[in-house]
Ligand binder design. Structure first.
Ligand SMILES: Cc1cc2nc3c(=O)[nH]c(=O)nc-3n(C[C@H](O)[C@H](O)[C@H](O)COP(=O)(O)OP(=O)(O)OC[C@H]3O[C@@H](n4cnc5c(N)ncnc54)[C@H](O)[C@@H]3O)c2cc1C
Length: 286
């Protein structure tokens, strides 16, 4: 089953709430429809992207000549197989995943408070430098596109830590994630979840329209990107409707009806100041 909309306003799909209209928005409920859709789009040379909860995406303004795909029901599940195997659909909510895993004694508390889905978290290697969800990957299932060949694929992940920067060349749509959990005392996991949520609430602007960290941290540099931007004196600085968060300077907010262009110009101002002050080139995270 597919729900199809034409000339769809993509700003409604993202947490930052900006962007123009796309050619098609397709909500795809099951595997057969997904494969058929990807075949059709590929054969007709229609470019597409997948969106999950849209908490780490910035669309351009104006008309976007692409199809935007969103996975529905059949991809929103979580199963606990013979320990330590956990199977999640790509559309499974990340916070539900963490809490249900904790109930089964698996510790993913380092992801507590991060919005989004399991699929989005794998694609973005969510977590951080110390602990990433992708360190636990055992297998993934996805729809692969290679030139005009479209097929369902399953791959074994041999060295999970290599997938910190997730890059599977022919992956078009991630559908299922098989992980190897790590057992821990349940009470301790829930305690860590509560603590991590508390830290996130204190440090991140969770009540504004934003897309999480806008720039990547620079590996091995003694300052985080937010700290660098802060040291440039840019907290609260705004351009158009876009503003640098007062709480965490690596979060750019849609403050008052910002366009994606406002956010991009603001991001360029940040890049300029950081380059001048620290001689570092910032890379986009969104
Ligand atoms: C307030 C706030 C706080 C945040 N804090 C953190 C944090 O502390 N740490 C952290 O790591 N992140 C953080 N983020 C970023 C974000 O929440 C995570 O990266 C999240 O895992 C993205 O999940 P999503 O479902 O929203 O993915 P989306 O934003 O929808 O997609 C992210 C990317 O993955 C691709 N994608 C998604 N699903 C699929 C799929 N099934 N197949 C193929 N491609 C797919 C999309 O095309 C896109 O490129 C934060 C975001 C916000 C808004």
């Amino acid at each position: 089953m597919i729900k199809k909309e034409i000339n769809f306003d993509v700003s409604s799909l993202t947490s930052i709430g900006t962007g123009g209209k796309c050619l098609y928005f397709l909500k795809i409920e099951n595997r057969k429809s997904l494969l058929d859709t990807v075949i059709k789009l590929t054969v007709n040379s229609v470019k597409f992207i997948v969106i999950a909860s849209g908490t780490n995406i910035l669309f351009n303004d104006g008309f976007l000549n692409i199809a935007v795909l969103k996975l529905g029901k059949e991809f929103n599940y979580l199963q606990f197989a013979k320990a330590p195997k956990i199977i999640a659909g790509a559309a499974c909510n990340l916070q539900k995943f963490i809490v249900d895993c904790a109930r089964h004694g698996y510790d993913f508390s380092f992801l507590a408070g991060i919005p989004g889905t399991v699929g989005g978290a794998v694609m973005g290697s969510s977590g951080g430098n110390d602990n990433s969800l992708n360190d636990y990957l055992q297998k993934i299932k996805y729809v692969a596109v290679n030139k005009n060949k479209v097929e369902n694929k399953t791959i074994e992940i041999k060295n999970a830590s290599k997938y910190r920067f997730f890059n599977v060349a022919d992956l078009a749509v991630l559908t299922d994630i098989i992980l190897q959990g790590k057992k821990e005392d349940r009470e301790l996991i829930f305690k860590k979840i509560r603590e991590n949520i508390k830290i996130k609430r204190a440090k991140q602007p969770l009540n504004s329209k934003n897309a999480g960290c806008f720039f990547k941290n620079i590996k091995g540099f003694y300052l985080g990107t937010g700290e660098m931007i802060d040291k440039c004196g840019l907290k609260n600085f705004s351009y158009g409707g876009a503003r640098i968060s007062n709480k965490h300077a690596n979060f750019l907010e849609n403050h008052t009806n910002a366009s994606s262009k406002d956010l991009l110009i603001l991001s360029k101002i940040i890049k300029y100041f950081v380059k001048n002050s620290f001689n570092k080139e910032l890379e986009y995270e969104v």
